[in-house]
Write a protein that binds this ligand. Structure first.
Ligand code: NAD
Length: 501
């Protein structure tokens, strides 16, 4: 390599990490792209930037909201190149900003998310934002070191670049905020395609985060988002050459699409979590836990209790106990009526029942009213005895009715749990004091989360040990996502020298 070639390479690297002379495109702010996603107010094109905010980069949206995938990715790529030149302390500031804003504005944003999506419960929408502070940030980053006769090697966890994020309607802003914390802590930037029915609140969050980040560290567009998302814009993100990896949180369709994408994908897919209650269980605790988990945000959680297999010996006492903890028991005719309202028959023999999506995430009292039942105030969850032919058992209903199926014994209950989890490998729950049953079920289910003697939320550090994420990667195996999920391992080797012993 001659001297001028080397100089050119060095200049390119310096430019990349934001230390070189700004390029022509970076120094000249281009026309701004305006978007008004779902009618939410957005900053006007000429809105003032905070003092010290960075150059706009190749394109500029409304504080991270873009109409076009190309522009959103280009802005996130520019932001990534700037972030690379910054200390980890700046990433830590971003993490703090997102956590603090989610807590401070939980009530306002929770209310807005409910108003927009019309699914779930206000108290839990608020709580899901308040607990964002439990998502791990930069403290999770680590280095590994190998030292020996041949010298010293350090392995560090480096960012990928721009990540494509797909978020669900069930927890639009909480998923986005949790992803942002993990991804930016690891040094990445992100371009989101939110669920269209939760895009307004997602965009509002992105704008608020970006403004506060620009004020604190002078960088814009660490988070970008498509204001009017479509399946096509999701596809464009999947296929964009500057998107280095994907993190997709959603149901079977998008999980399949992401698994077929030709780039690294972290896929947080659907679940249908079964619960086994055996004859040794603490029945009061089991009943309380099933109601708490199954009723959480009206059963929108992917980890939420969706069907219960209870052994015959304790079946009746479990049914009684659930009504003492906020459950309302439907009789056989009422269960039948609710089933007919909630599901249309499969379109072809052996196919899936068609879920009435208008019932997803509605309150228990609303579901009950639909079948002419008035439930007492404070009812959180409807439940009733069914057999396995009832579509509430195989389908991920995402509404506060949980079918309870009678099993002959623990062995049969565990086998049914395995059958109706469908191999998603997502979440399974057991209530038991019999370690053998716990072990048999754990081995057979092989799920990412396996909770014993608690509600599903215990699996995400809420009343159990561990940390929180709203993206639990199931088919791709990363588990409960954290900053290291979004890193590449790099080894740096010094031969022979540097050891001091
Ligand atoms: P959904 O699959 O309808 O939508 C999820 C996202 O994918 C949305 O942004 C949507 O616009 C997009 N999308 C849908 N089909 C697509 C396709 N073919 N190509 C590209 N993008 C597509 O799911 P939802 O109703 O928003 O959320 C509920 C589902 O998500 C449930 O199945 C639940 O179990 C799952 N979920 C999983 C986790 C997890 O951590 N594993 C967390 C939350 C939700």
């Amino acid at each position: 390599m001659n001297e001028s070639t080397i100089r050119a390479v060095v200049q390119e690297v310096l430019n990349e990490i934001g230390k070189g002379a700004p390029s022509a495109s970076a120094s000249t702010p281009p026309p701004r792209v305006n978007g008004s996603p779902n009618g939410i107010p957005v900053m006007s094109a000429g809105a003032a930037r905070p003092a010290g905010a960075s150059s706009y980069g190749p394109v500029s949206g409304d504080w991270g909201v873009f109409d076009s995938v190309d522009e959103a990715v280009a802005a996130a790529k520019h932001a990534f190149n700037q972030l690379r030149g910054r200390p980890i302390a700046d990433r830590a500031k971003v993490v703090s900003i997102v956590k603090e804003m989610c807590e401070a504005r939980a009530e306002e944003w929770g209310r807005k998310e409910l108003e927009e999506t019309k699914i779930g419960r206000l108290d839990h929408k608020i709580e899901k934002l308040q607990i964002i502070k439990l998502v791990p940030g930069t403290e999770w980053l680590k280095s590994d070191c190998f030292s020996g006769d041949n010298g010293l090697s350090v392995e560090e966890y480096a960012p990928f670049g721009v990540i494509g994020g797909i978020t669900p309607v069930t927890h639009s802003l909480p998923t986005l905020a949790g992803n942002v914390i993990n991804m930016i802590a690891a040094g990445n930037t992100v371009c989101f395609n939110p669920h269209p029915s939760g895009a307004g609140i997602a965009c509002e969050g992105v704008q608020a985060f970006n403004k506060a980040i620009a004020e604190a560290i002078g960088l814009e567009n660490l988070i970008t988002i498509i204001g009017t998302p479509t399946i096509e814009s999701a596809g464009a993100i999947f296929n964009h050459r500057d998107v280095r990896m994907l993190c997709v949180t959603g149901g079977p369709g998008v999980a399949r699409a992401a698994l077929q994408a030709r780039k690294k994908a972290v896929v947080a897919g659907p679940g249908n979590p079964p619960v086994v209650v055996d004859e040794t269980a603490d029945i009061e605790n089991a009943a309380k836990s099933i109601v708490a988990g199954g009723a959480y945000d009206n059963n929108l959680l992917c980890i939420g209790e969706k069907e219960v297999f209870a052994v015959n010996d304790i079946f009746d006492s479990l049914m009684d106990a659930m009504s003492r903890h906020g459950g309302y028991r439907l009789n056989t005719q009422q269960v039948e009526a609710l089933t007919k309202t909630a599901f249309a028959p499969p379109k072809e023999p052996g196919g899936h029942h068609q879920l009435n999506r208008d019932m997803i995430g509605k309150d228990a009292s609303v579901l009950a009213e639909m079948i002419g039942v008035k439930v007492p105030a404070g009812t959180e969850l409807l439940y009733g005895e069914t057999d396995t032919s009832n579509p509430f058992v195989p389908e991920e209903q995402m509404m506060p009715f949980v079918p309870i199926v009678r099993a002959r014994d623990a062995q049969q209950a565990i086998e049914l749990a395995y059958e109706f989890e469908h191999g998603f490998g997502h979440t399974a729950i057991i209530h038991s004091r019999n370690v053998h049953n716990m072990t048999v079920m754990g081995k057979l289910m092989d799920t990412t989360l396996y909770v014993k003697n608690g509600p599903c939320m215990a699996g995400l550090g809420l009343g159990g040990e561990g940390y929180l994420s709203f993206s639990v990667a199931t088919p791709t195996g990363e588990g409960v996502t954290n900053p290291l999920t979004f890193t590449r391992s790099r080894r740096c080797v010094m031969v022979d020298e540097l050891r001091v012993v």
